[in-house]
Design a protein around this ligand. Structure first.
Ligand SMILES: [Fe+2]
Length: 213
């Protein structure tokens, strides 16, 4: 059926004697309108697909500090701790698939002593620059729980030509996730990664999708 003809189709004459027929007619009408909208403006589909490829933002929180040093190994901040070590890696991308090189990934999280380090030591804080394939990687501890929050790593990603993104990475299996206000409100499920034990380490993958500015 031509899209426009849906508006004049006699199929959409209510028949109150047949509730099922009336329901089907209304459904066909609404489907036609929806299809018509998509056919007339395919940009709506493309825009929706692009939105699905954007990493959602999350609260910055009160502990962000500018000027973290560039480093890839945060475990040296607490060399004696028994806290579980993880390697976090991923790609910074745009338009669902294109690598962003030279992006600066700024991360900070609660240290093994359950505190954010606000000193000039910048413990449990680092900046990492993406390589030509958009890959970033750093070694750190599985962040501590602290009152009221699940384990998480804060991220702030900056790249020339792209919108700055502030967000948080969560870890699957954390029992605190289901009751966390920020996690639920800000769509944290799409930013929850598994800690996968390999022969040599515990690996966490988190890809980040930025929007062009
Ligand atoms: Fe936090």
């Amino acid at each position: 059926m031509a899209v426009d003809s849906a508006y004049i189709s006699t199929d959409y004459i209510p028949d109150f004697n047949s509730p099922l027929k009336s329901f089907m007619q209304r459904r066909n009408f609404l489907t036609s309108v929806l299809l018509g909208t998509i056919i007339l403006d395919p940009r709506l589909l493309w825009s929706k697909a692009k939105k699905a490829c954007l990493t959602t933002s999350d609260a910055e929180g009160p502990y962000f500090k500018e000027n973290s040093p560039f480093k890839n190994d945060l475990t040296q901040d607490f060399p004696a701790t028994q806290a579980k070590k993880i390697v976090v890696t991923g790609r910074v991308l745009t338009d669902c698939e294109n690598a962003i090189s030279n992006a600066v990934v700024d991360v900070w999280h609660a240290c093994p002593d359950k505190e954010y380090d606000m000193s000039k030591e910048y413990r449990c804080r680092a900046k990492i620059r993406t390589d030509k394939s958009g890959i970033y990687e750093f070694k750190t501890f599985l962040p501590s729980h602290y009152p009221g929050r699940p384990r998480h790593i804060h991220y702030k990603i900056r790249a020339k030509g792209f919108e700055e993104l502030t967000t948080q990475l969560y870890f699957s299996g954390d029992p605190r996730l289901k009751n966390d206000y920020l996690y639920r409100k800000n769509g944290g499920t799409s930013r929850t990664s598994e800690v996968v034990a390999t022969d040599t380490t515990n690996k966490v993958v988190f890809d980040i999708y930025l929007e062009r500015s």
